[in-house]
Every structure is written in structure tokens, then in C-alpha cells.
Design a protein around this ligand. Structure first.
Ligand SMILES: Cc1cc2nc3c(=O)[nH]c(=O)nc-3n(C[C@H](O)[C@H](O)[C@H](O)COP(=O)(O)OP(=O)(O)OC[C@H]3O[C@@H](n4cnc5c(N)ncnc54)[C@H](O)[C@@H]3O)c2cc1C
Length: 430
């Protein structure tokens, strides 16, 4: 027999409604108004929760400065924009350009073209302009009812969700943004000299280009890498480049032992959810923000969901990174050739990228070696333990003198900084 509370069903329903009202009014605090924090805020506010987001900077996207970034479509069979729509996030709130083909530059300068029938990735812009992904997610969060407090400091211990982005550097990237007449295009270059341990890329969208080099080994004079990379692209593409600005940033790669610590949910790069291999962290950031929000709403267990959906991908990327760290241009050439061979066999250039992130038996077997050989245990000030990938030291082969055109590019950039007009190439002094 069930005991009826005093007042019967009506009173119980009223008490439930009152409890719900208190729950909805209780503020949820999120640290960081970047991709992961805003995705969490939009999801929570849409569910009627009282959400406050605190960011140390003056606006969402202020960590970036108009850089183009690619949201990948290879770590899941589901298209990421379909996933976003399922979560109630509207990808048409920001500008994106889908790509199904790229130029792949091998270390010996051979250029091939991986392609797919579907969407391989979408290029979005980061920053504070209205069409950026940062501002699109900000609008979604505000329209759902979240309050965002910029230029504020708050202790992580006073927040339910920590979404404050990278803390330390395991790798860095430098780029130049420029005007160009070249049509929309993406090139991905594997080259251990121009981009030590990593890759460089060229992205052109609607007359604006970005050439970026990623350094997975610490370098003393790192601008020489960017100048030399720009010289390479100028030689191989008709860019008619007019520099606008130079940009840069860091990536923090580490696996924490827990994703929920003292009741707080760690999302995005603050939670170590980043791609060790190539730094494609945006999809992990948005996904983990949504999962944390769902956990706050009682719809899932964050630790379990992150371990099921994201940690296997991060681990696979860490294993790939461990292997990439062991090779130079000869190994990069093998990767590029295998990618193209795989495409000719499977008829889809994306199959290779999907395979790279599959946590198969082979990869799992070498995981203990990766933990021991590449990651360093670190106790963070908030009490969490993280197995971090330290920024690697330079190698002997990283010492080289810049070429003549790279030196000119460096000088041209200094004159742009001084506000002088850059002479188009080929224009004489007379
Ligand atoms: C140069 C570069 C190129 C990249 N290219 C790609 C790419 O092509 N594809 C891709 O998928 N990923 C790319 N990434 C990685 C991607 O940008 C990140 O993984 C992603 O932005 C992480 O999202 P997040 O929410 O964790 O952090 P962010 O989006 O950086 O947001 C963190 C927010 O927290 C705020 N914050 C920081 N500290 C505090 C504090 N103490 N208190 C309050 N707020 C704080 C910051 O101001 C910021 O607004 C690139 C990164 C860099 C640097």
C-alpha cells in the first residue's frame, strides 16, 4: 500500500513544481565563454536553467583574431552539423564553407588531392566578428536566456562547468592573414622542416587567405618558419598576397584522470579534450559542452559519456602523435602515400582519416608505451592529475638558415607593421 502525503496528489504535484522552480532559479555558473562554455550555456538556458557565463576576456572569440579553422567530419559517422541540430544548436548562426577536396602536399613537394563525396570538413572563422562561430554560439546562448559576463574573474571552484580553454603549451601555431585574388581553396602540407613535427596549411575563403605553420617542437626563432612557409606557398600558388595581420595560438594536450572533479565538469581544452595528432579540438569542445549541460540536467553521466564518446578518440590521436614524433619527412611521405593508396582502394579520401581515429587493437597495444614515453604526470593546482604531453625540444635538423625570399617576406612584414605600403611583387623601384 502506498502512503499518500498530507494533502494528497495535488499537494505532491505542487511540491514538485515548487522544487522544480527552485532548481530552475538556482544559477549555473560556467567559466569561459568560448566554444565549449557557450555550447553548454545554450543547452542549459534552452532547458530553462538560469545560466551565467564568466569570461576573462572582453568578448567571445577574442582569444583569436579572424583565423580560419576547420571543423572535422571524420571522428564520427554522423555529420557534425546534423549532431548540432539534434542538440538544438543552429549551425546557420555562423558562416561556414564545406570542403570535399584538398591539396595534400607531400614532404617532397608532390601535390595530390584527397577527396570525398560527402563533407570532409567545414571552414569557420574564429574571432569577434558577427559571422564567426564564436559569435554565432554567443547569440544562441543569449537568445536562449544565458547571461554572459565579460572581463570578469571568477574562481573555477565557484563554477559548475570549467570551459576556460588551454592552460599550457604543448604546441604552437603561427599564421598570416592576407588579401588574395585566389579562389576558395585548402592545402594541407606535411613538412618537418617548415612545420617541425606537424603540418602547415593554406585556407582561402572569399578573397581572404591564411597561411599557418604548426610547430610541435619548440623553436628559438619561430617567425623564420612562418616566413619560409609563406615563401613556399607563394612559389606554388598564384596568391598575389597582401598581408593584413599575423596571428598565433597554443594547444594544450593532456589526459586528465577524471573529467568531473569535486562536482565540477571540465569541458573542451580545459578538460584535455583536444586532438593530440593535429589539433582539431573544436568538435570535442562543442560536444563536451553539450554533454556537460545534459549531465547538469540529469540526462546523462558526464564521466561515462566522455569516456565512451571522446576519450577513445583522444587516445587514438595521442598514439598517432607518439608515432608521428618518431618520424621525419620520410615517415610523413609514407603517411601521404598511404593516404592516397587508401583512397584509390576505398574510393573515398575520408576513409583514411576515419581509420586514423579508430581505436583498434594495434593502437590499444601500444598505449602503455605512449603513456610512459610521451606523457608526463602532473598535479594541477585544482587537485586534478593530468598526463600531459610536454612541448618537445628542437632537434638538430631544426637548425637551418632562411632562404632569400623568406628574408624578404620577413622584411615586408616589418614594413607592414610600420604602416608602409607593401610593393606588389615585380613592381620596380623606378
Ligand atoms: C592557431 C590555432 C588553430 C586551430 N585550428 C583548429 C582547427 O582548424 N580545427 C579545430 O577543430 N581546432 C583548431 N584549433 C583548436 C580549437 O581552437 C580549440 O580546441 C577550441 O577553441 C577549444 O575550445 P574551448 O571551448 O576549450 O576553448 P576556447 O574556445 O578557447 O574558449 C576558452 C574561453 O575561456 C576564456 N578564459 C580563459 N581563461 C579564463 C579564465 N581564467 N576565466 C574566465 N575565462 C577564461 C577565454 O577567454 C575563452 O573565451 C586551433 C587552435 C589554434 C590556437
Amino acid at each position: 500500500m502506498r502512503t499518500e502525503p498530507p494533502g494528497g496528489h495535488e499537494a505532491t504535484a505542487e511540491r514538485r513544481a515548487a522544487r522544480k522552480a527552485v532548481e530552475l532559479a538556482e544559477p549555473i555558473h560556467i567559466l569561459g565563454a568560448g566554444l565549449s562554455g557557450l555550447a553548454a550555456a545554450a543547452t542549459l538556458a534552452s532547458a530553462g536553467r538560469n545560466v551565467h557565463v564568466h569570461d576573462i576576456r572582453e568578448d567571445s572569440g577574442a582569444r583569436f583574431d579572424g583565423d580560419f579553422q576547420g571543423i572535422e567530419n571524420w571522428t564520427s559517422d554522423a555529420d557534425f552539423f546534423d549532431e548540432m541540430r539534434d542538440w538544438g544548436l543552429d549551425p546557420s548562426e555562423f558562416k561556414s564553407d564545406a570542403f570535399d577536396v584538398i591539396d595534400l602536399v607531400h614532404p617532397d613537394d608532390v601535390i595530390t588531392q584527397p577527396s570525398t563525396d560527402s563533407v570532409a570538413f567545414r571552414v569557420v572563422q574564429r574571432g569577434t566578428e558577427g559571422h564567426t562561430i564564436d559569435q554565432g554560439l554567443k547569440r544562441m546562448a543569449i537568445e536562449a536566456g544565458a547571461e554572459i559576463h565579460y572581463g570578469t574573474r571568477r574562481e573555477p571552484g565557484d563554477c559548475h562547468i570549467v570551459a576556460a580553454g588551454p592552460r599550457e603549451s604543448s604546441a604552437v601555431a603561427f599564421g598570416e592573414i592576407f588579401h588574395t585574388d585566389h579562389p576558395n581553396h585548402v592545402t594541407f602540407q606535411l613538412n618537418d622542416k617548415l612545420a617541425p613535427g606537424a603540418y602547415s596549411y593554406l585556407i582561402i575563403i572569399d578573397g581572404i587567405g591564411l597561411i599557418c605553420t604548426c610547430l610541435w617542437r619548440q623553436q628559438r626563432k619561430s617567425t623564420r618558419h612562418l616566413n619560409e612557409t609563406i615563401a613556399w606557398y607563394e612559389q606554388h600558388y598564384d596568391l598575389n598576397r597582401r598581408p593584413i595581420k599575423r596571428v598565433g595560438g597554443k594547444g594544450d594536450f593532456g589526459l586528465p584522470t577524471r573529467y568531473v572533479h569535486e562536482g565540477r565538469y571540465y569541458v573542451g581544452e580545459a578538460g584535455g579534450l583536444q586532438d593530440f595528432m593535429w589539433g582539431f579540438g573544436m568538435r570535442y569542445a562543442i560536444t563536451s559542452g553539450v554533454l556537460a549541460a545534459k549531465a547538469v540536467l540529469g540526462e546523462c553521466d558526464y564521466e561515462t559519456e566522455v569516456r565512451r564518446r571522446l576519450v577513445p578518440l583522444v587516445r587514438a590521436s595521442a598514439i598517432n602523435r607518439f608515432l608521428m614524433n618518431r618520424v621525419g619527412n620520410r615517415g610523413f611521405k609514407m603517411v601521404a602515400r598511404y593516404w592516397m593508396w587508401n583512397q584509390s582502394r576505398k574510393g573515398d579520401g575520408l576513409a583514411f582519416m576515419r581509420w586514423l581515429y579508430k581505436p583498434g587493437l594495434g593502437r590499444r597495444t601500444i598505449w602503455p608505451m605512449v603513456r610512459l614515453g610521451m606523457l608526463r604526470r602532473k598535479q594541477l593546482t585544482d587537485g586534478r592529475t593530468v598526463h600531459r604531453m610536454p612541448f618537445r625540444k628542437a632537434l638538430k635538423r631544426d637548425i637551418w638558415e632562411p632562404g632569400a625570399r623568406a628574408m624578404e617576406i620577413g622584411e615586408e612584414w616589418r614594413s607592414v607593421q610600420r604602416g608602409e605600403r607593401m610593393k606588389p611583387r615585380g613592381e620596380s623601384d623606378s
